[in-house]
Design a protein around this ligand. Structure first.
Ligand code: GDP
Length: 327
């Protein structure tokens, strides 16, 4: 490696968070090694990073692949963002969810423990933990002391990794759980409710769709802005002491609120008759209200979100309208 230049390994680099994180790290001069699971053209925002990003294609369902990469790259920092990230899909793909969301972090933690980073120190590991680990705790808001009680295959796999990070930390590793609440952006795939709403509302506003079909619209989530979330990840991993930290805005809204804000932004005033519920989109064990208390993130490293709910919805609707209006 490259003198004193900090080296980071980002799994899941082609995902929403991986992209924003790679951009942030590259902009500060860190050499970023990004890992993805399948080859093919890179998204333009990663292509734009040029030689500041080294992309590796690896089968992350095979735990040996991640361990080999860590030993070869010798990163100073690992951000483990690769995951089956959809709760709904985790019911359909429980084995892949377990391999990616539980076994992969185990392999990373194990390999990091026996590797020295390129700059000569411990390999620091940030695990993208999730609000879903608290889904069955019955406490709002949740914070770092909330009991881990998952209610979905996704939550259970993330909970396993969450505990394993704590065990490694107790054994001397620099391992951090960033307990992430949902965080959105125009790069969010449409399988998530927020982007499904903004892309469909934009299409309705432009006369290209005539209804929005959803599941449980009473569910409440603490939706933040993805670029804020990746900033918290970096700050958490560079904190003097390894810790677990909730990354949330502190305010939740319902799916209904999101729908109303999206139509308002798109300038559609008469919309209630365009929204329909289909039980096919209603999930088993859907957490009613996930809202995090961000006090520790603020006090430990001065993190605060830059965008409130209406700004997040607005940015996503604007981006979806711009996509439709592009020549
Ligand atoms: P995830 O739960 O973190 O995978 O994020 P989603 O964006 O998929 O879901 C967030 C919330 O929206 C959950 O409570 C879902 O039950 C609820 N929801 C309601 N209707 C829909 C829908 O049509 N699609 C999705 N994906 N979620 C929906």
């Amino acid at each position: 490696m490259s003198g004193n230049r900090r080296t980071a390994l980002v799994t899941g680099v082609t995902g929403q968070d991986g992209g924003y994180l790679a951009e942030l790290l590259a902009a500060e001069g860190t050499l970023v090694h990004g890992v993805r699971r399948s080859s093919g053209p890179l998204p333009p925002h990663l292509e734009a990073l040029g030689d500041r990003l080294v992309v590796h294609t690896a089968d992350l369902l095979d735990p040996k692949a991640a361990a080999t990469l860590i030993r070869e790259v010798r990163p100073d920092e690992v951000y483990n963002l690769a995951a089956e990230s959809s709760v709904a899909r985790s019911w359909e793909e429980p084995v892949e969810t377990a391999l990616l969301d539980a076994v992969l972090p185990a392999a990373i933690l194990h390999a990091a423990a026996s590797t020295t980073g390129s700059s000569g120190g411990q390999v620091r590991v940030l695990q993208a933990s999730s609000a879903e680990v608290f889904a069955g705790a019955g406490i709002t808001p949740q914070d770092e002391s909330t009991p881990v009680v998952p209610v979905t295959p996704y939550g259970a796999a993330k909970a396993y990794a969450h505990h394993l990070v704590q065990l490694h930390r107790a054994g001397g590793a620099f391992a951090v759980n960033a307990v992430l609440y949902p965080h959105e952006s125009p790069r969010r795939p449409t399988r998530f409710v927020t982007r499904k709403i903004t892309s469909t509302v934009a299409a309705i506003a432009r006369g290209r769709a005539d209804e929005l079909v959803l599941g449980n619209t009473a569910a409440r989530r603490d939706w933040g802005w993805a670029p804020d979330t990746v900033r918290a990840m970096v700050a958490a991993l560079r904190h003097t002491e390894p810790l677990d930290v909730v990354v949330a805005t502190g305010t939740s809204h319902s799916v209904d609120d999101f729908v109303a804000a999206a139509f308002a932004r798109a300038g559609v005033t008469e919309w209630r008759h365009l929204v329909r519920t289909d039980p096919a989109f209603v999930r088993p064990n859907d957490a009613a209200d996930l809202v995090g208390d961000p006090t520790l993130a603020r006090e430990a490293f001065g993190w605060a979100p830059t965008r409130a709910f209406a700004d997040v919805v607005g940015a996503m609707v604007d981006a979806d309208l711009a996509l439709l209006d592009a020549p």
